[in-house]
Design a protein around this ligand. Structure first.
Ligand code: CDP
Length: 589
């Protein structure tokens, strides 16, 4: 008999109740009756073993495999690094999909066969725990000619509904619904239908949507010019339209519902080291990974807040660069192994992923790290620190990739790549990203991705309507240590929208250190995203959280700023703009 709630090895920070709840509900292996049949320690061990086994492909000895397996196990158990959910759920579990990636893009061509194939691909990928992105930009517009039937086309939005309906029927592992990203190029004639499809077509429930905005379009917005809508079937311009008019509609809809975001498609293709693989037209569902059609990416994120040490002299925290470098090296190897361990639902994806050997090494715990270092999130000081950190970490990650290339060879699509031109022998076409870490940050008991703490007291809807309460433990610990803690603080903070700003119970010099999402201006959010973009070879997942009172102008400003600061895209969310939201301020009812 195993005890399912047995916490991990004691030498590590013990798991919180919330982390255990998430693990029990979604990650620990269950039998047919739904009984949990493994401990948390067994989960780490099965994932470590499965991923270490790949080393035999590279002629590792039995001892070498065992040693690496132990290093992987320790990295997971200490939660200094965690791979994305599909790896934790599936790796080493008898009878489960050997599919360990979260991010996919499926290409769609302008014919029925291709649309049917995309539905099938989405179903299979969602079933294995992955999310899918699609560009609908190749589909002919609504009311365009269909030669074979003599009829008229129904357009991209109607095909999105087909995928949406199929997705609705599949729940991932019984608890999470498949996520989709839908992208449409800003020059597509149906762009205005697409921009409004979340409000006007209640049927689109399982898509995030983004407009693929070109630099030309953004410039036309700034200069208030017309631009051409182009029929993708004929490649002919059909109409000139005001860029401002389209942009206005985009920001109004984003203000109302959070959708659409923008995907800066020229930037993604400029940054692509493997242009010979074709154009990148879409990202995965949360936007952090622009991908070629049939490519996939496994994410894994390092908890920055677990890479600190106490300075010998004054007892303050400082970043432990050495341990960070060690974790990065091990994490890059772990993710490299996953490429070989993966058996994707479609043969094209197996072929593509082994050509490009993309990995998505990200971070979490950034807001906690700043709190522990005493740097106010979004401040000039924190931004300068972040750029230095992002720059260093990226260099470390690419060094790890180059070291692997030394023993295992360069990625096959390296021939003809920009890496070849630059004379850099590396193992991967892409290495770094910043993922949302929505679930794994809860398992790691840390803050999500590069996001600020949502609030100091908050409730998170996970698991089908259940709420998990959070109180920022660093805040409480600081208050107790400095002698200003009292139990009423929880209610006062909850009544103050989760913030300690302006509360006379909290010392003025401490208030900025405990900055939360709604204390920040939209501009500060965008600047943090831009700073992390320096670390990311791909994109950065970040939600520009706006208060309920934010205006359409605030959204417009944020969207323009994101482009000016060379972000890869942008997503906003205005508090309360959706009936059911994941993060909720205030107290549980
Ligand atoms: O924390 P976790 O590893 O579960 O995932 P995340 O970092 O929040 O999201 C990473 C990626 O997983 C997203 O960009 C999606 O591609 C995919 N995902 C999904 O398919 N379905 C969800 N419900 C959540 C995430």
């Amino acid at each position: 008999e195993t005890d399912p709630i047995q916490a991990s090895t004691l030498e590590y920070i013990p798991l919180s109740d919330n982390a255990l709840t998430v693990l029990r509900e979604r990650y620990l292996a269950k039998d047919d009756q739904g009984n949990i049949v493994e401990t948390v320690d067994q989960l780490w061990a099965r994932v470590a073993r499965e991923i270490a086994m790949v080393e035999t492909l590279y002629e590792a000895t039995h001892e070498e495999v065992a040693s690496l397996e132990e290093q992987f196990r320790r990295m997971l158990a200490s939660r200094t690094f965690l791979p994305n959910s599909p790896t934790l759920m599936n790796a080493g579990r008898p009878g489960s999909h050997k599919q360990y990636s979260a991010c996919f893009v499926i290409p769609i061509e302008d014919d029925m066969q291709s649309i049917g194939n995309a539905v099938t691909a989405a179903l299979l990928i969602h079933k294995s725990g992955g999310g899918t992105g699609f560009s609908f930009s190749n589909l002919r517009p609504k009311r365009d000619r269909v030669r074979s039937s003599g009829g008229v086309a129904s357009g991209p939005v109607s095909f999105m509904k087909i995928i949406d309906g199929a997705t609705e029927q599949v729940r991932q592992g019984g608890t999470r619904r498949g996520a989709n990203m839908g992208i449409l190029h800003v020059q597509h004639p149906d762009i205005l239908d697409f921009v409004g499809c979340k409000t006007h077509d209640g049927q689109i429930r399982n898509f995030n949507i983004s407009v693929a905005a070109t630099d030309e379009f953004m410039t036309a917005v700034k200069e208030d010019r017309l631009y051409a809508l182009i029929n993708p079937r004929t490649k002919q311009p059909v109409k000139q339209i005001s860029a401002r008019l389209v942009f206005d509609r985009i920001v109004e809809e984003a203000w109302k519902t959070g959708d659409p975001g923008l995907f800066f498609i020229n930037r993604a293709n400029r940054a692509c080291p493997i242009p010979a693989m074709g154009e990148i037209a879409s990202t995965n569902p949360c936007g952090e990974i622009p991908l070629h059609g049939f490519d996939a990416c496994t994410l894994g994120s390092i908890d920055l807040a677990k890479h600190l040490r106490i300075q010998p002299g004054d007892g303050e925290y400082e970043l432990d660069w050495e341990s960070l470098d060690q974790t990065i090296r091990l994490a890059v190897r772990f993710l490299d192994n996953i490429i070989d361990a993966n058996d994707h639902p479609l043969p094209q994806i197996n072929a593509m992923t082994r050509q490009t050997r993309r990995i998505g090494l990200g971070i979490m715990g950034y807001a906690r790290l700043l709190m522990m270092l005493g740097l106010p999130y979004g401040s000039e000081e924190a931004l300068r620190f972040t750029e230095r950190l992002a720059h260093q970490m990226k260099a470390m990650a690419w060094r790890a990739s180059a070291q692997l290339a030394h023993t295992r060879g360069v990625y096959p699509a390296w021939k003809g790549s920009k890496h070849e031109q630059e004379g850099r022998r590396v193992r991967h076409s892409y290495v770094t990203t910043v993922a949302p870490t929505g679930s794994i940050s809860m398992i790691a008991d840390t803050s999500a991705g590069c996001e600020p703490e949502f609030a100091l007291v908050w409730f998170k809807h996970v698991l089908e309507g259940r709420k998990l309460p959070y109180l920022c433990d660093l805040f409480e610990a600081t208050a107790r240590r400095e002698g200003w803690w009292h139990d009423d603080l929880i209610d006062k903070i909850a009544a103050n929208h989760g913030s300690c700003r302006g509360l006379k119970d909290v010392p003025a010099h401490r208030q900025p250190v405990f900055t939360v999402a709604h204390d920040l201006t939209p501009e500060q959010h965008v600047r943090v995203q831009a700073a992390w973009q320096r670390f990311s070879d791909t994109a950065v997942s970040k939600t520009i959280n706006l208060p309920c009172t934010a205006t359409v102008e605030d959204v417009r400003h944020a969207y323009l700023l994101a482009w000016e600061l060379d972000c890869s895209g942008i997503t906003v969310y205005r508090d309360g703009s959706r009936a059911s939201q994941v993060l909720n301020l205030g107290k549980a009812d």
